[in-house]
Design a protein around this ligand. Structure first.
Ligand SMILES: NC(=O)c1ccc[n+]([C@@H]2O[C@H](COP(=O)([O-])OP(=O)(O)OC[C@H]3O[C@@H](n4cnc5c(N)ncnc54)[C@H](O)[C@@H]3O)[C@@H](O)[C@H]2O)c1
Ligand SMILES: O[C@H]1[C@H](O)[C@@H](O)[C@H](O)[C@@H](O)[C@H]1O
Length: 341
């Protein structure tokens, strides 16, 4: 295929700048055609050394810039709905960072907009679906050798949280990944959620309920538990163990080189997601670019983005009330039937 896919990147912060680097230097078949950030200095820094990129402060200006054929959204969650609707109105394929739209009503408006168009244009940035270990676990569960999955035990630890991180964000920003991974791994919907709150770590900012212990029930009778701890201080750790009727399988044990010296053995622990999931982000963006160049969309859909937001919203209610909260999803449009990338 000849022409490079011209991508507009919205938001040039931590993720946006990393995706700009990835589009420019790692993936094939694409080029950064425009960047928009409310802070033009961030956008300029992110495109330093890349020729011919126009920098904007307005979303619409970036989407209408010459050569733009696709959009990567990496602005904060609350800005996603407007950007997605603008991209869909132009018929542009989108890779949207999670959460697709943080509130479920807004997320459903994206599903409805695609249903009106009669085609899917959105891939959501749940990069764990592109991680080699998660893919092996999914293949093992789908193959049936371990029998019916009974439980998923998940761990999600960050070294520290950003300054504006709230107790709700442990669920709607961090646990959103486990919500999507559990739905995808099990092929089941999450139907209820409870959240336990241990005494916060003294390493957490004042007032932040960190860690939390979240338990989901599924429509297939499985349980999914998640320890989420975003100021653990010691490393970025993401694990998942599937316990099935005929065996168990665990991914995410810290890997990398094992160094043994002077009676000690040590491995490196990744410090953040950009390190732990580097290869997954590369595969995510490459598969999005490849699909967009063929006029297709693969990966987690707008429906998956909506489901994750609806489940997370129930999780935040469970956190705040201390009650078990049931989850009811809207009707799933035929456009998303049977899709399981
Ligand atoms: N997939 C992952 O593992 C992962 C990791 C981190 C962040 N994220 C997601 O990526 C998104 C960005 O997170 P981040 O950590 O890069 O945030 P960030 O704060 O580092 O960067 C956000 C950038 O967007 C800009 N911005 C704000 N409003 C905007 C708007 N309306 N239009 C354009 N730009 C705007 C800000 O000026 C800033 O430069 C969030 O949705 C977040 O949840 C995903
Ligand atoms: O936005 C980030 C990102 O999604 C990371 O992958 C996750 O580990 C963090 O907890 C979250 O805050």
């Amino acid at each position: 295929m000849g022409e490079l896919l011209g991508v507009a990147v919205l938001g040039a912060g931590h993720m946006g700048a990393d995706h700009i680097r990835r589009l420019d230097r790692v993936v094939s078949g694409a080029r950064v055609a425009a960047v928009a950030d409310l802070d033009p200095a961030r956008a300029k820094d992110a495109v330093a050394g890349i020729d011919g990129v126009l920098v904007h402060t307005e979303t619409e200006a970036a989407l209408d810039a010459p050569g733009v054929q696709a959009v990567l959204i990496a602005s904060p969650g609350p800005a996603h709905e407007e950007a997605l609707l603008a991209a869909l109105a132009r018929g542009l394929p989108v890779l949207c960072e999670k959460p697709m739209v943080p509130d479920s009503a807004g997320a459903l408006r994206i599903v409805e907009a695609e249903a009106r168009l009669g085609r899917r244009l959105t891939q959501v940035g749940f990069m764990r679906r592109h991680d080699a270990e998660y893919r092996r676990l999914k293949a093992l569960l789908d193959g049936g050798r371990l029998g019916r999955p009974l439980m998923l035990h998940c761990v999600h630890r960050n070294v520290s949280s950003p300054p504006d991180f709230t107790s709700a964000m442990l669920i709607d920003s961090s646990v959103s990944h486990e919500i999507d991974a559990a739905r995808w791994l099990l092929g089941q919907e999450l139907t209820a959620v409870s959240v336990l709150r241990p005494r916060p770590s003294s390493g957490a900012p004042q007032g932040l309920l960190d860690p939390q212990f979240v338990v989901f029930e599924t429509d297939g009778g499985a349980l999914v538990d998640v320890e989420v701890f975003v100021n653990c201080g010691f490393g970025y750790q993401v694990r998942c163990e599937a316990v099935c009727e005929a065996g168990s399988a665990r991914i995410g044990d810290d890997h990398g080189m094992l160094v043994t010296a002077r009676g000690d053995a040590a491995t490196e622990v990744p410090r953040d997601y950009l390190v732990r999931f580097a290869a997954a982000y590369d595969r995510e963006v490459q598969s999005w670019v490849d699909a967009a160049r063929r006029g297709r969309v693969t990966g987690p859909t707008a429906w998956d983005g909506y489901a994750a937001s609806a489940v997370a919203e129930a999780g935040v209610r469970a956190l705040e009330s201390g009650e078990r909260v049931g989850i009811a999803l809207a009707g799933r449009p035929g456009l998303y039937a049977g899709h399981d990338d």
